[in-house]
Design a protein around this ligand. Sequence first.
Ligand code: NAP
Length: 338
Amino acid sequence: MSFTNRQLLLKTRPEGLVSRDNFELREQPTPELQDGQALVRVLYLSMDPTNRVWMSDVPQYMPPVAIGEVMRGIGIGRVVASEAKHYAVGDLVQGLVGWQDYALLDEGKTGYWAKLPPKPPVALPTLLGACGFSGITAHYGLTEIAPVQPGETLVVSAAAGSVGSIAGQIGKLRGARVVGIAGGAEKCRHLIDDLGFDAAVDYKADDFKQQLAAATPDGVHVNFENVGGPVMRAVLSRMVNGGRVALCGLIANYASGGKPSDDYSVIIVKRLTVRGFLAFDYKDQQGAVQDLVGWVVSGKIKAGETVADGLENAPTVLNRLFDGSHTGKLVLRVSDED
Ligand SMILES: NC(=O)c1ccc[n+]([C@@H]2O[C@H](COP(=O)([O-])OP(=O)(O)OC[C@H]3O[C@@H](n4cnc5c(N)ncnc54)[C@H](OP(=O)(O)O)[C@@H]3O)[C@@H](O)[C@H]2O)c1
């Protein structure tokens, strides 16, 4: 059985934000399956800041996507045909599906694929966000990289986004005083009223630094950093001596080529420990997922997603990570679940 597969191929490397013109939309029939292969209908694509990094020819933790290659992307899909021993038609799977309607699953490359339970305990988009890679990242950052202690002040940047919203809520569960940084009054209200943060600071406001100082009267013990640039600089200036930074991401750099900070002397003066990390390295991902699912199902943590539609819109939807026009996990629905 063959299907028409629409694929988004990287045509040119974007400068700044991504444009549709950076991609070619190609249609071609799905290939005949070989032994050990299954065909996966893509249901949801995870829209990740790292997609933007993968488009750039800069040093990074995986090779950049080559010109002419299908855009790399994490997603969830359903097996629609199978010649693989361990995958049957109907199975839900998660992996590097790519920006396309159908992905070829190769049993030999198991590292890239995970089978999901037939009836997942949470909605599929949540498995890409709070109970997926974003949640795992937040869990890793605050339990192993910079474990926050009860009574300490934790500051989280990009706090209304996917990783940040979970990091802040995990901080609350660990007994910290949690301050979120986000763009705009509505996101700040959301952090306090809906997610239970102790305080929120609008980095787009003229008095950002004064707001941050007022929200951190005892200084900052732990910074879960997602942004870099002026936001990170302002937080570092509020750190206590011996403070710890879980350096998760530097989204302010990804589309601009900017530098996180011109002045690192604060790291010396305040004897800070700054530790970069990649969630891929987390040894106990299953344990983290169990915690996260438990917290979401019991209502201890609120999961939120913004779901956009249409494979062809992937390049422009990705830009919402950079203009902030989403809350929680940004997900693209490629096809209906049924
Ligand atoms: N280390 C790891 O293993 C790992 C894994 C996953 C993600 N990450 C990193 O975690 C960070 C968050 O990723 P995510 O998937 O959860 O995305 P997200 O937070 O859902 O979306 C990105 C958010 O960043 C904020 N932002 C964008 N440009 C900004 C700028 N110039 N200055 C200040 N804020 C800006 C926007 O929020 P506002 O509306 O508030 O501006 C936007 O909503 C990224 O840096 C990503 O690379 C790291």
